[in-house]
Ligand binder design. Sequence first.
Ligand code: SAH
Ligand code: SF4
Length: 454
Amino acid sequence: MTGDSEQAANDDGKPNQRSATGSGACDDGPVLEKPRPSAISRPQSPQSSFLARPLSVTLDLSRAAAPASAAKPLIELSGLTRPQLVAALTESGVVEHGKARMRATQLFRWMHHRGVTDFAMMTDVAKETRARLAERFTVSRPEVVERQVSKDGTRKWLIRMAPGIEVETVYIPSVGRVGALCVSSQVGCTLNCSFCHTGTQALVRNLTAAEIVAQVQIAKDDLAEWPSDKEDRLLSNIVFMGMGEPLYNLGSVADAIEIISDNEGIGISRRRITVSTSGVVPQLQALGEKTQAMLAISLHATHDALRDELVPLNKKYPLDQLMAGIRAYPGLSNARRVTFEYVMLKGVNDSPDEARALVKLIKGIPAKINLIPFNPWPGTDYQCSDWATIEAFGAILNKAGYSSPIRTPRGRDILAACGQLKSESEKVRASAMRKLSMAAMAGVLDDDEDEAAA
Ligand code: SAH
Ligand code: SF4
């Protein structure tokens, strides 16, 4: 049970009115590699930030009705775990039963260690077998519709998963030789967090494991990270903080994590994979048991009345249940702390009293807190807290012994090149938010670095 059945309707019973065109990454001085097709629209706030809210997904419904191909669709192999790969090869009859395990290992290494996208390149597989594999299967990538690069090294890809379904994935470099990839788990989201801008959306679907893995593979293609055991890798961490609620797609998320973390493939340790959830309490245990991933909780409030408003899922799983679920999360320890995400909303949840309440609420839980500056969007009544307020909030957490993600930012060059900003004052505000966003994500990375150093 992955919780998929729960996502057909909103948890607060309201019809889903989310849009798949909600967010856009910060476009500070991007290098646009490929023009966007005019059919794709993606509204962007001048103050948008790739870290401050989920990544965008664009639905192009005009294309969804394209006539189906008569040919039998090829099965994508890169989304299969190793046992699934063995089964698929055996069932296809292309590979003899006795050789399926060996062939699966070969194919897995070609796909995830070498990153090849063509059976013809799998030189240790007989030519005839390669041809037969290509008749039934594929190891291709979805199309990259657009690629953007900021001056600080941040990269963003708009990926077309299927006709009319496009997802954004962002690579965030950090200090040193590490960087995180922010991936999406769903197209849209069935939940209705009041500060999360996704507008109006009729269609929601889970991404498949192959579509999640493809986000990582595309980033690795672009970062020249093949073979996967290459020295000085740039992609060290994966965060499920893009679009969607990962725990409503746990089956595919868990399969993708199994594939991504496999040492014979991409080999990103499960300790460097973080799954962020708004608090689907019944799935927390399964997440820990199936994935051994690091846990991030979108908390945002310290009492039920406010959290009900900000994260309506709280009405179903209130704070006492959520905190009990977190405390029971498998493998939680000082070396494997939970990350609490806390969006800073001016006058709503940013007082010193709230900070003290937060310290009290999480007492005893090995944790760190990422303060996320609110990213405003057209029509919202929320505002981002002032810089000084966020710092004061962070100072209280620091004093209580919790790691603070607010630190001196880097990438000043791109802050000065905010192409979409209309005025100097907007530029300054956006720069401040961008700094905090970068710092928040750096919190995830630095924690891993601490662990590595320990
Ligand atoms: N759905 C999952 C993961 C994706 S959201 C979750 O909610 O945890 C990733 C993070 O961005 C979450 O902490 C979410 O609360 C936050 N977020 C969403 N909209 C935001 C906004 N407008 N400004 C700042 N943070 C936002
Ligand atoms: Fe946005 Fe995450 Fe809430 Fe979904 S669960 S609405 S992605 S913040």
